[in-house]
Every structure is written in C-alpha cells, then in structure tokens.
Design a protein around this ligand. Sequence first.
Ligand SMILES: *Cc1c(COP(=O)(O)O)cnc(C)c1O
Ligand SMILES: [Zn+2]
Length: 435
Amino acid sequence: MTAELICFERACRARYAITEVLYNCPKCGGLLEAVYEGAVPDAGQMKKTWRERRMSNAPLDQSGVWRYREFFPFLDDYRHVVTLREGNTPVLDAPVAAAYAGLKRIAFKHQGFNPTGSFKDNGMTCGAAQAMRLGMKRVACVSTGNTSASMAAYASAAGMQPVIFIPHGNISYGKLAQALEYGARTLQVEANFDQILALVRVLAERLGIYLLNSINPFRIEGQKSIMVELMDQRDWRVPDWIVLPGGNLGNTSAFGKALREMKEWGLIDRLPRLAVIQAEGSAPFYEFLHKGAGAVFTPVEHPKTLATAIKIGDPVSWPKALLEVTTTGGLVEKVSEQEIADAKAQIGLCGIGCEPASAATLAGIRKLVSAGAIDGEADVVAVLTGNVLKDPDYIYHYHTGQLKGPDGAGIRATFGNQPVVVPNDAERIAALLGA
Ligand SMILES: *Cc1c(COP(=O)(O)O)cnc(C)c1O
Ligand SMILES: [Zn+2]
C-alpha cells in the first residue's frame, strides 16, 4: 500500500508526501493524518500472521506495536525502527472495580505496563522511527509529563538527542526524573505552554529538530496498535464500550481511526462505542459537546486537576476526536477530583493500580452506569493509560487523608489505608492483627 499525509479538514483535504516534515497543513493549518491506498491485505491472513509473530524472537515481532505493522504501513525500511518491546500490555479482569461501577464485569487494558509506563510509548516508537527515516539528529517536545519520559527513552535508544521544553515553574517531578535519566536536554522556558510551542516551532525549523508533539500523525498511527492488540487479545470480539481519559484527545483520535480502519479492512464486524472521560476542572471537550448544536469550541484558560496527564485546556486534536466520538455513537463525561481519587483506590484494591488520569475511566463509567447511559450487563473495556508509580505523592496523600484538590479543598480518604506505627512487641502486634 502507498502512504500519504492528508489534511483532516474536509474543505481542504490537501495531500503531501509521507516524507515531508510537516506538523499542520501548510494550506489551511488543519491537522494532518496518514492515509493508505491500494489493495488491503486479506484480513484472515493478517490475523494469522500477527498471531504467529507472538512466537517469534525477532525484535520487530516482539513489539506489541510493530507486530501489527501492516496496519500502519508508512515506513519503507524497518531498519529505522527502535523498539523497547512496547505494547504487549495485558487485558485484566477486575471484579472489585466492576462491582464499584455497577457492572457485571469490566476489563482493563493496562497501558501502564509499557517500557516507560504509559501509552505514549505505543506512539513514540512510530514517531521516533519516522524521525530516523527523515535523518533527524534531534527531536523535541513541549511537555512535563509522560510524553517527555517516552520521547527521551526512544530518542536515546535510537541515538538521537532528545530536547524537552518545560514551562518554567510547572514541573512534574516523577515524570521529569525519567526524562533526565533517559538523557534529555531539558530547557525550562519562562513562558506558558502555548508561547513555548510557538518558540519551539521556530527553533525546530531553524535547527532541523523534529517535533514529536501530540499532533504528530505518526504517533497517532502507533497508538492505533492499542486497539488492534486489544481486539487480537479478545479473538476479535468487539466490546460494547471502550472508555478512556481525554486530555489532548490524541488517543481518542487514534482509537477512533483504528476502529474505523479495522472495520473497513474487514478485521472487525462492528464498531464499539467510545466514552471519553475528562476531569471537571479541565473539560473543554465535554462542555463543547453538551452546549448543543452550533456551539463553538472554547478552551479552558486555567485548567485544574490533580490528574496532570489530562490537565489540558486547549486540546489540539479535538476536531479528530469529535469525528470519532460521533462516528461510534459515543459520549463524553466529566468527573470530580473526589470521584477520580476514589475510583483510583478501587483500581488499586484490584491489585492493579494506575495513575490519576487513568482512574477517570472507572469514575466516569460509574457515573454513566448510574445514569443508565451504560447498561450494567454491557461488555466494557477501560484503558488505563499510565502506571501506578508515576505519581506516588498523590497516593500517599490520599491514603493518609492529606490530599488537597487543585482549589485547596480536601479530598476525603473514602478508601484510605493508613500505615500504622507499632511497638516492638509480638503480643501487641498479634492483638492488633486479630490473632
Ligand atoms: C497523555 C496521557 C493521557 C491523555 O491522553 P490524550 O491523548 O492527550 O487525550 C491520559 N493519561 C495518561 C497517563 C497520559 O500519559
Ligand atoms: Zn488543509
């Protein structure tokens, strides 16, 4: 199949060579996406090949992204790929969480099992491969979160220099620590996120640095693998709902594109519905969809949530996400800080755990089930986007009743689990443990 970049705007649809260094459409400024043309490979044969590759020791086949490479055939030479064996994430049944949400059963597709602990790795391996193909020596992003951690790892593994731009005084230490360890040049700029983005675009052009920000169409292609791997793990049985948190809405765009293409390519026979969950203080997509027909998209100027991975006021990929939510008959919900924190503790009690943004899924499902929007008997898969260890401060503060919301209000330790100080005394400890 041949691959091209195409402008996402219906009124434009300009096409560009897959090897052009572009982030937005030069004609209209719209988002870009990869399109493939030519004969689609036989669906049965693809499924067989993908299953057989699980037995292979070849690095490309061991990757839970590149194993499915026929589904995003934008590369001409697979020697450009650097894999840390991303993907390969489990689908876990969670009865405790199901009961909490009012569902008969729920499964978590846990992207926190990735090499750097988030789904960003699924996309970054593709973005890094494209950068290598273009002969780039340096790559950059603006982020204090999981994108930085992932980009730093993949760039260093590929022998490129990672450069990270951070809004000054807005550092998330857990994730930044990963970026430093993986060797990223880290620059703190005295400006806000949007100003830095503009600055980085100028620098990227001047210094020949490739940008791996959230709108990078190749990252979106890689994130499609999350849906393909999920369907492969379920023997191609389509669930009723796929639920995920929404920040910049890149993942929503990737999941929707993957599902549409899987249906077009004959890999699945119907579409599941997408449910996107946002944090109340950072919910521009929710507000937009609930304003009704004719509404204009209004960014949230000062987004607020402890779930930093979805603390995004002006999500770049919202036009794509809108198409995907509409196409699947999906919906968008918002949840409070308290709801996120309690849902997160319940996911912990399943022996699974996740970072705060990921827990928005279970909180949202609980709300949607109780409102009757999701049936209690429905087949639901929630995607946990990040690892439990990304944000240990949050966890300790929650369980010890010290967690404060972004506005300073206390968050109740509904399912708190305090460590207890005991004397060095077997009798008294035995009594405490009820023995
Ligand atoms: C990036 C990220 C999100 C948000 O994904 P978008 O594609 O920006 O909507 C959610 N959770 C985690 C853990 C993330 O790293
Ligand atoms: Zn355009």
